[in-house]
Design a protein around this ligand. Structure first.
Ligand code: AP5
Ligand code: MG
Length: 210
C-alpha cells in the first residue's frame, strides 16, 4: 500500500504514520526527518537545506524530489510506503506521478490552526529514530527518553512559536492546494485530527480499511 499522510504542521502526521507503518509492515518516509538527519550530520545536503528548514520555509522542490526518488527506490519500499510530509506542492505531486508511483489514498488529518501551537510547544522528538511525543498528550514511558530506541528526546529547531506561525502560513499558501489535487483523483480521505491520538488512529484505520 502506498499512502500519503497529509496535514498542517503538528497535525499528527508523524504520530499516526508510525502506527500505520507498524500495522502495515511498510516504512514511513518523512522528508522532514531526512532533512533533519542531513542537517545534524552536516552533509552537503544538510548545509543546503538548513536555512529553509529552520526558518519554516519549504526546501526547493528539486532538492526534495531528488531526495524522495532516491529513498523510494530502495528495497524496503518494494511492498509500499507511507509518505509523511511529501508532496507539499503541486509540483511535488506531479513529480510523484511522473515517477510512476500509484498512490492508493491521501489521508488528511484535519486540525485547526488554533490547536497547533500548544501541540508544538509540548512536542519532544527523537533525534535518532524520529519518533514523536508530547509532554502531556502523548508522553514517553520514561521521561525524556524515546520508547523505541532510548535516545534522549529533543525540541525541534523549528518549533519556536514564531516559526510555527511561518510554517502554518506556508502550509495554507503552498501545501493546502495539494488536497484538491488528490480530491480530483478521488483519492482524498479526511480524519478529524483534533481527537485523542488513539481515536485518530482508529478513524485512520477505518478510513483506510486496514
Ligand atoms: P516536517 O518535519 O514534515 O514538519 P511539519 O509538516 O511541519 O509537521 P510536523 O512534523 O511538525 O508535525 P506532524 O504532523 O508530524 O505532527 P506530530 O505527529 O509530530 O517538515 C519540517 C520542515 O522540513 C519543513 O518546514 C520544510 O522546511 C522541510 N520539508 C519537509 N518536507 C518537505 C517537502 N516535501 N518540501 C519542502 N520542504 C520540506 O505531532 C505534533 C505534536 O502533537 C506532538 O507533540 C504529538 O505528540 C502531538 N499530537 C499528535 N497527535 C495528537 C492528538 N491527536 N492529540 C494531541 N496531541 C497530539
Ligand atoms: Mg512530523
Amino acid at each position: 500500500m502506498k499512502l500519503i499522510l497529509f496535514g498542517a504542521p503538528g497535525a499528527g502526521k508523524g504520530t499516526q504514520a508510525s502506527k500505520i507503518a507498524d500495522r502495515l509492515g511498510v516504512p514511513t518516509i518523512s522528508t522532514g526527518n531526512i532533512i533533519r538527519e542531513a542537517i545534524a550530520a552536516g552533509t552537503e545536503l544538510g548545509k543546503k537545506v538548513k536555512e529553509y528548514s529552520n526558518a519554516g520555509k519549504l526546501v526547493p522542490d528539486e532538492v526534495v524530489i531528488g531526495m524522495l526518488s532516491e529513498r523510494i527506490s530502495r528495497a524496503d519500499c518494494a511492498n509500499g510506503f507511507i509518505l509523511d510530509g511529501f508532496p507539499r506542492t503541486i509540483a511535488q505531486a506531479e513529480a510523484l506521478d511522473a515517477l510512476g508511483v500509484e498512490i492508493e489514498c491521501a489521508l488528511s488529518l484535519e486540525v485547526p490552526d488554533e490547536d497547533i501551537e500548544r501541540r508544538m510547544t509540548g512536542r519532544r522528538s527523537c533525534p535518532a529514530c524520529g519518533e514523536t511525543y508530547h509532554i502531556i498528550y502523548n508522553p514517553p514511558t520514561s521521561e525524556g527518553r524515546c520508547d523505541k530506541c532510548s535516545a534522549e528526546l529533543i525540541r525541534r529547531a523549528d518549533d519556536a512559536p514564531e516559526t510555527v506561525q511561518a510554517r502554518l502560513a506556508v502550509y495554507h499558501e503552498q501545501t493546502e492546494p495539494v488536497k484538491a489535487y488528490y480530491d480530483a483523483k478521488g483519492k482524498l480521505k479526511t480524519v478529524d485530527g483534533r481527537q485523542a491520538v488513539e481515536k485518530v488512529t482508529e478513524d485512520a484505520y477505518a478510513a483506510l480499511g486496514i
